[in-house]
Design a protein around this ligand. Structure first.
Ligand code: HEM
Length: 387
């Protein structure tokens, strides 16, 4: 396996990581990314194969030592389906899917459209940041409404979630950790109180549905319910915000519009410039794959964003071409942990981007967009436009 060196914090890399991914794919389906000390899968085939192989999973083989000051954060993660494997994963995901029905998601379409229109109507005349005015509010308001959390809480939810996701950043500081823990504690306290009240006063929302969801008489415990709500609120907006920002940027730079059937446009954004680039898996058994012998307890990285640029799957992979053919992109993962929110994210992205370009046909960039200087979310710092 070839070894490649690339600092994940180097500004030029963060702005455009795709040349490194091309170098990595040219070096093989598996390469060692030295800075992470990890073998990483680079091709669509290798990533897809490992995502679907049950000998790889998200729950560590040996539980890590958790420093006392981070305990509140990991106490929440301990109940997260995203961090678990069967049987607990099956039970938690099953209960969530029971409440997170296609019907409930589809029914949100008119509301999302209205929300997008209201935001567009309040755009200022001069240059403004489309992330703040449009891309950020939509996903957080939608997920808050879906769960049944008051919309007035949106600024707090955003603040808590932004602080918590810093725990996944390469090179996080002690200040990042302190902020993440403080945010976790505030978020948990809010949710605990909220769930308690909702238990005695059910409504037609996801929290009430989750409280009621039963599989074999097995309800979610309060801690599981709190973690699940936090997971849905956190996972449910940041990635969508950044996909929307990246998508509007591509539309404006390439002169391509989503039109009134935006599904293919959304998929092409997710293939070409997805928001989440690197996930990891633990190895549960000895496995020989792609010329490498994995041992139990090893870790492997999956470069989801490299899969979309794989020339073996997509012709001229660096071009933005919503009409193209090819295998499904891996921006939402695959296999057991495939994104629960993918149908919601796809709906929001399609409706919001269509509404935007229908209402603002003259929308243009007023400065070259830059990505934020963090690798864990590939999204813009701001998106300055004028209508
Ligand atoms: C464009 C937006 C989104 C992207 C790119 C995205 C991406 C992903 C990916 C890649 C995974 C799998 C991670 C892995 O396999 O290690 C995942 C899992 C998950 N996502 Fe999303 N997501 C998005 C939006 C959402 C939304 C809107 C929600 C909730 C409403 C959500 C909730 C979840 C949950 C709960 C999981 C864990 C599933 C499991 O472990 O079984 N995501 N997402």
């Amino acid at each position: 396996m070839q070894r490649l060196s690339q600092s994940p914090t180097e500004p030029a890399f963060v702005q455009n990581p795709y040349p490194f991914y091309a170098r990595a794919r040219a070096a093989g389906p598996l390469v060692v990314w030295q800075e992470y000390g990890l073998p990483v899968a680079t091709t669509h085939h290798a990533i897809n194969t490992i995502l679907r192989d049950r000998r790889f999973g998200r729950e560590p083989v040996t539980p890590p030592d958790i420093p006392a000051h981070l305990a509140p954060f990991y106490a929440v993660e301990a109940h997260s389906m995203l961090e678990l494997e069967p049987p607990r994963h099956t039970r938690l995901r099953g209960l969530v899917l029971r409440a997170f029905t296609t019907r409930r998601i589809k029914a949100l379409a008119p509301e999302i459209e209205q929300l997008a229109r209201d935001l567009i109507d309040s755009f200022p005349d001069g240059p403004f940041d489309l992330l703040d005015a449009f891309c950020r509010p939509i996903p957080v308001i939608v997920i808050a409404r879906l769960l049944g959390v008051p919309e007035g809480m949106a600024p707090d939810l955003l603040r808590w979630s932004n602080a918590m996701v810093m725990m996944y950043q390469a090179g996080r500081t002690p200040e990042d950790e302190a902020r993440a823990v403080a945010a976790t504690e505030e978020f948990v306290a809010f949710m605990r109180d909220y769930v308690r009240r909702r238990r005695s006063e059910p409504r037609d929302d996801l929290i009430s549905a989750l409280i009621a969801a039963e599989a074999d008489g097995d309800k979610l415990t309060t801690d599981e319910l709190i973690t699940t709500c936090i997971l849905l609120l956190n996972a449910g907006h940041e990635a969508t915000v950044h996909t929307m920002g990246n998508g509007v940027k591509l539309a404006l730079e390439m002169g391509v519009r989503p039109g009134t059937a935006p599904e293919a446009f959304v998929e092409e954004v997710l293939r070409l410039d997805p928001p989440l680039h690197l996930f990891t898996r633990w190895v549960y058994d000895e496995v020989n794959l792609f010329g490498h012998r994995f041992r139990r307890g090893d870790a492997v990285g999956l470069l989801l964003a490299s899969a979309g640029r794989d020339a073996d799957c997509y012709a001229q992979p660096d071009r933005f071409q919503p009409t193209r053919q090819g295998p499904p992109n891996l921006a939402f993962g695959a296999g057991l942990h495939f994104c629960v929110g993918a149908p919601l994210a796809r709906l929001e992205l399609g409706i919001a981007m269509s509404a935007l370009f229908q209402a603002c046909s003259g929308l243009r960039l007023v400065e070259a967009p830059r990505y934020a200087e963090i690798y864990h979310f590939h999204g813009l710092e701001r998106l300055m436009v004028t209508r």
